[in-house]
Write a protein that binds this ligand. Structure first.
Ligand code: ATP
Ligand code: MG
Length: 426
C-alpha cells in the first residue's frame, strides 16, 4: 500500500518553509504597522454560515465546500476566512467594546476544486477585515497597504483593479439594466450562466467561461448608475489613491453578486515568476451589509484575502544566503562527547547549532556544513582538544583560526552577530 496525500493537498517540507516564513512574517509586519491584530477562528463552521455569508449561488457554496454531517449538524471546512471572522465579531459583540476593529488572519482554507497550478484543495490565505469604518479613506489605505506589501516582497509589478458596485439601490437598478441587456443574449451564454441568469445576473460578469465573457463585453457599466452618495465614496477613494500615487485601473466588470457587498471592490493580479493562468493574488472589497445579515448590528466592513501559494509562485527565488548558525564537526568519540557539551553551551547563549554526530570523516562533515549553508563550522579534533582549542571556520568569509575552548561561545556569538550579508535566521 502506497500512501499518498489527498488530491489537491500539498505537503510543505522544511526546505520550502523558509519562504513561507518570510512571506508570513512580511505580511504580519506590514499589517501590524496599520494596527491589524491577529484572530484565529475554527476550521469548521456550520455550513449555514457559509451559505448565508458567501451566498447560495456562488461557485464556492454550490460545489466547492467540503461538507459533512456529524451529530445531525451540517459542518463545513472553511473555504475562506471572512465568514468565520464576521461570525466571531458578532458572537463576541465586539462592536460594543470598540467602534473600529482591525483583524487579520492567516491559515488553511479548503475548496473542492480541480487542482492545477495555483489552485489547490487545501490552500493558505492571509487576509484583513476592518470593521466599523465606512469611509473611503480606509478603502484607499487598504489598497495602498497591499501595494506596499508586494513591493516589500519583491513583486513590484502588480496590477490593481478597482470598481464600485454602489449600495443596494444602485445594484437593484444595475441588476435590471444588466438583465435587460443579457436576456436577449441568453442563447450565447454558458449553460451555467443561463441557469442562474435571473437569480444572479451580476455573477455572469465574473464568469471565466469565454462565451460569458464575450456576451458581457459591451454590458452597461454600474459606474454610470451610482447615486450621489456612492459616487462621492468612489470619487474620494480614487482621489485618495491618486494622492498616494498608487497605480490602479478601473474595471467596471469587477463585481460580486451578493446583496451585502457594497461600493468598493478590488483585485490584485501579477504576471511574474511561475504564476500561470491563476494570477489573481488578492480579492477584496467592502461588505457593509454582512455583519447585519449575520444577525449583528449595522457595522460597515471591508476586507481582502490573498492566496499565499500564488504569491510564492509570483516571488522570484532569491539565492539562498548563508544562515546564521553554527555547525559542529567533532572527530572521534572523545571529541563527540566534548561537542555535546559545547553545543549545549552555545544554544544556551542563543546560538543555533547543528551537531554532526554521525562519526563521519572531516571531509564529509565539511561538505555537510556547506550544504546546510552554515555560517560557522567548529572543528573539534583530538589533537586540538588536547591543546584546549577548537578550529573556527568562517564559511562565508573563508577564514579560519584556532580559539581557546573557554572563549568559543563568545567568539561564535560575535562572528554570527557581525556576519554581514546573511539573512536573519534563528
Ligand atoms: P479564482 O477566481 O482564482 O477562483 P476566487 O474568486 O475564488 O479566485 P477568492 O475567494 O476571492 O478567490 O479568494 C481570494 C484569493 O485566494 C484568490 O485571489 C487566490 O489568490 C486565492 N485562492 C482562491 N482559491 C484558491 C485555490 N483553490 N487555491 C489556491 N489559492 C486560491
Ligand atoms: Mg474560485
Amino acid at each position: 500500500m502506497n500512501y499518498r496525500a489527498v488530491k489537491g493537498m500539498n505537503d510543505i517540507l522544511p526546505d520550502e518553509i523558509e519562504r513561507w516564513h518570510q512571506l508570513e512574517a512580511t505580511f504580519r509586519q506590514i499589517v501590524e504597522r496599520y494596527r491589524y491584530a491577529e484572530t484565529r477562528t475554527p476550521i469548521l463552521e456550520h455550513t449555514e454560515l457559509f451559505v448565508r455569508s458567501i451566498g447560495e449561488t456562488t461557485d464556492v457554496v454550490e460545489k466547492e465546500m467540503f461538507t459533512f454531517e456529524r451529530s445531525k449538524e451540517s459542518l463545513s471546512m472553511r473555504p475562506e476566512g471572512t465568514a468565520g471572522a464576521a461570525r466571531a465579531y458578532v458572537e463576541h459583540k465586539v462592536h460594543a467594546r470598540e467602534p473600529v476593529s482591525r483583524w487579520y488572519y492567516a491559515g488553511p482554507m479548503f475548496r473542492a476544486e480541480r487542482p492545477q497550478r495555483g489552485r489547490y484543495r487545501q490552500f493558505y490565505q492571509a487576509g484583513c477585515e476592518l470593521y466599523g469604518d465606512p469611509g473611503p479613506v480606509c478603502d484607499a489605505e487598504m489598497i495602498d497597504m497591499l501595494v506596499a506589501f508586494f513591493s516589500e516582497l519583491g513583486i513590484p509589478e502588480v496590477q490593481v483593479r478597482v470598481n464600485s458596485i454602489g449600495g443596494p439601490d444602485a445594484r437593484a437598478a444595475y441588476r435590471t439594466a444588466l438583465l435587460e441587456f443579457l436576456r436577449p443574449r441568453a442563447g450565447e451564454l454558458s449553460e451555467h450562466a443561463r441557469a442562474r441568469l435571473e437569480a444572479n445576473p451580476l455573477r455572469v460578469l465574473d464568469s471565466k467561461d469565454p462565451r460569458d465573457q464575450a456576451a458581457v463585453a459591451d454590458a452597461p457599466s454600474i459606474l454610470d448608475l451610482l447615486p450621489p452618495a456612492d459616487r462621492q465614496h468612489w470619487d474620494q477613494l480614487r482621489r485618495g489613491l491618486d494622492a498616494l500615487g498608487t497605480p490602479y485601473e478601473v474595471q467596471p466588470g469587477l463585481v460580486r453578486g451578493l446583496d451585502y457587498y457594497s461600493r468598493t471592490l478590488f483585485e490584485i493580479n501579477a504576471s511574474t515568476g511561475e504564476l500561470g493562468a491563476q494570477n489573481t493574488l488578492v480579492g477584496g472589497g467592502r461588505y457593509d451589509g454582512m455583519i447585519r445579515s449575520l444577525g449583528g448590528p449595522d457595522v460597515p466592513a471591508i476586507g481582502f484575502a490573498m492566496g499565499l501559494e500564488r504569491i510564492l509562485l509570483a516571488m522570484s527565488d532569491s539565492t539562498p544566503q548563508a544562515s546564521r548558525f553554527c555547525f559542529l564537526a567533532p572527530i572521534g568519540e572523545q571529541a563527540q562527547t566534548a561537542a555535546l557539551k559545547l553545543a549545549r553551551d552555545l544554544r544556551s547563549a542563543g546560538v543555533t547549532v547543528d551537531l554532526d554526530g554521525r562519526g563521519n570523516s572531516l571531509k564529509s562533515m565539511l561538505r555537510r556544513a556547506d550544504a546546510t549553508r552554515a555560517r560557522i563550522c567548529l572543528v573539534l579534533g583530538e589533537s586540538e582538544l588536547e591543546q584546549g582549542v577548537v578550529q573556527l571556520k568562517d564559511l562565508a568569509a573563508h577564514e579560519q583560526r584556532n580559539v581557546p575552548l573557554a572563549a568559543v561561545v563568545a567568539a561564535v556569538s560575535e562572528a554570527l552577530r557581525s556576519a554581514s550579508g546573511s539573512e536573519v535566521g534563528a
